[in-house]
Design a protein around this ligand. Structure first.
Ligand code: F6P
Length: 550
């Protein structure tokens, strides 16, 4: 259905039905829902691939779920999904196809963009990446002075950093431990400085990752890295070819930078930056974990793609998670969503999801450019449990806001943890389960008073409960499971954008800041007057120059 073809979301009868239903539900408590339905926990569970999703602690009934699915049908989420998988140009503001799913399609799949099957090119690049990764891992790839690589530094930002950096952390136990991997993104020189200070130029390889190869942070860091390399290797420009490779869609800019196109790994404009780490943007990750593990990860992505594409609405996990977000944003006033992984290895997972979700769905006009008057993407946040429990969970339990949360955990710790620390895993997971229980069921004033607590203390020690969570449980954090998880969230974000009628695949909102930074920079360095600079910013610039002694 095209942008003009559907009614405005909150004028649809299906939306009105949900609003009425929300009123009827009122403050119905999860305690009541569980008491009145002994089958609830079993029925509100989905098994997809290696993931078990328990959504029984969501503030929903069968009717809620049916009404949400009716809404999805009314706005034709399935139609847009199929158009995405077919390679139609659903990123309408940029006139591009959205085909990250083709990055993990099997060899024999056919996915066409403008009449051309893109799958052979995807596999050709994966093959080149594997050859390169194996050479680095085996020591065959030599630096300018003939030494093997010991450290790989990925330089990129946003989608060209967060994905590989997150996945490297997640899959560290699968990585070649003798090699060091670092991820530099910030234009703050401290980032590069700290990454390089204990590295040896003779044995360091840079992967410059940038879809456009024009991103100022990345090009600045890459230029500084090249200067560091040349200073360390006696200034011979020929060294660059042995120590720099590029990942980009822009061969001419890569060449201009001085990187041999032979050492460029390609991807395509139909891969959005925040959907790209399973493309060549994952080169540093593949070098860390090896081509076989990378392929296992892609298979995990593909498994979830196929589930999303084919599972009926009642059993479709990304559809369900997306619709739950629509329910809370649209009918409960929720403005944020917490993702709380009970896994140290997922320490960057929520940061990765922030770009995936907030850059995709942080929009306030619909696909036709009209202002929306419904809530779109939430603030996504969170850090690994149990650390968060000792920081912000207080607000989750007793604050005035409703914050739906996902609790992620794994049955088994990774193999390489020895017996001493493996014993800690049960304690970690006990915390996950306890938090889901406490958030859902709380502790009533009667229960608190029944423990002999003084009357004036009772309100402080009461937990209202009714705070919704989904628990996602898998056997272990393997490459395949990571792929399944990421694809689950990718498609969840897709579903929400489809319902909210926004273009989830552009990111015009990051442009203005970039343009203004370029304009302000000469004022800082040269003291040049910046036309149109507001009084507040002008005064800050003046003060900055004073402090820099300029
Ligand atoms: O933040 C805007 C953005 O365009 C992201 O979407 C993208 O992931 C990031 O910048 C980096 O872009 P590039 O890969 O072109 O350097």
């Amino acid at each position: 259905m095209n942008a003009e073809g559907r009614g405005r979301l909150n004028r649809l009868p299906e939306w009105a039905a949900l609003a009425r239903h929300r009123e009827e539900l009122g403050e119905t408590h999860l305690r009541e829902l569980f008491e009145s339905d002994p089958e609830r926990a079993g029925r509100y569970t989905l098994d997809v691939g290696d993931l078990r999703l328990d959504y029984s602690k969501q503030l929903v009934t069968d009717e809620t779920l049916a009404l949400l699915r009716d809404l999805a049908a009314a706005v034709d989420v399935a139609g847009l999904r199929d158009a995405m998988f077919r390679g139609e140009k659903i990123n309408n503001t940029e006139g591009r196809a959205v085909l990250h799913t083709a990055l993990r399609a099997p060899h024999d799949a056919v996915v066409e963009v403008d009449g051309e099957n893109v799958v052979p090119a995807v596999h050709a690049v994966l093959g080149r990446m594997a050859v390169f990764a194996d050479k680095v891992r085996s020591g065959e790839w030599r630096g300018h002075t003939g030494k093997p690589v010991r450290a790989v530094v990925n330089i990129g930002i946003g989608g060209s950093d967060l994905g590989p950096a997150m996945a490297y952390e997640a899959l560290r136990p699968y990585s070649q431990r003798e090699l060091t991997f670092r991820f530099v993104s910030n234009v703050d020189g401290a980032d590069l400085h700290e990454a390089l200070r204990d590295l040896d130029p003779e044995t360091t390889l840079f992967v410059v990752s940038s879809k456009t190869f024009t991103t100022i942070e990345t090009i600045t860091n890459a230029t500084s890295a090249r200067a560091w390399l040349l200073a360390g290797l006696g200034g011979d420009e020929a060294a660059v070819a042995r120590h720099f490779v590029a990942v980009s869609t822009n061969a001419s800019e890569v060449r201009k930078f001085g990187i041999d196109p032979e050492n460029m790994f390609e991807f395509w404009d139909w891969v959005g930056g925040r959907y790209s780490y399973d493309s060549a943007i994952g080169l540093s990750l593949m070098t860390a974990i090896g081509p076989d593990h990378f392929r296992e990860m892609l298979a995990g992505f593909h498994l979830m793609d196929e589930h999303f594409r084919t599972a009926p609405p009642e059993r479709n996990a990304p559809l369900l998670l997306g619709l739950l977000g629509v329910w809370y944003g649209g009918f409960h006033g929720a403005r944020s969503h917490a993702v709380l992984p009970y896994s140290h290895y997922l320490s960057r997972f929520t940061a990765y999801l922030q770009q995936l979700d907030m850059e995709s769905n942080g929009k306030s006009v619909d696909r036709a450019g009209r202002p929306v008057d419904w809530s779109t993407g939430p603030v996504v946040w969170g850090t690994p449990g149990t650390n968060g429990q000792h920081a912000y969970y207080q607000l989750l339990h007793q604050g005035t806001q409703l914050i739906p949360a996902d609790l992620l955990g794994f049955a088994r710790p990774v193999d390489e943890l020895d017996d001493r620390t493996a014993g800690q895993h049960d304690l970690l997971m006990a915390n996950l389960f306890a938090q889901g229980q406490a958030l859902a069921f709380g502790k009533t004033a009667e229960e608190v008073a029944g423990e002999g607590v003084q009357d004036e203390q009772v309100p402080h020690r009461t937990f209202p409960g009714n705070r919704p969570t989904t628990t996602i449980l898998a056997t272990e954090l393997s490459p395949s499971v990571l792929g399944q998880l990421v694809a689950l969230y990718e498609h969840k974000v897709f579903v929400q954008g489809a319902v909210w009628d926004i273009d989830s695949f552009d990111q015009w909102g990051v442009e203005l800041g970039k343009v203004l930074a370029k304009r302000v920079e000469p004022a800082l360095t040269e003291g040049e007057a910046v036309p149109g600079l507001d009084a507040s910013t002008a005064a800050l610039v003046t003060r900055y120059r004073e402090l820099r002694g300029r």
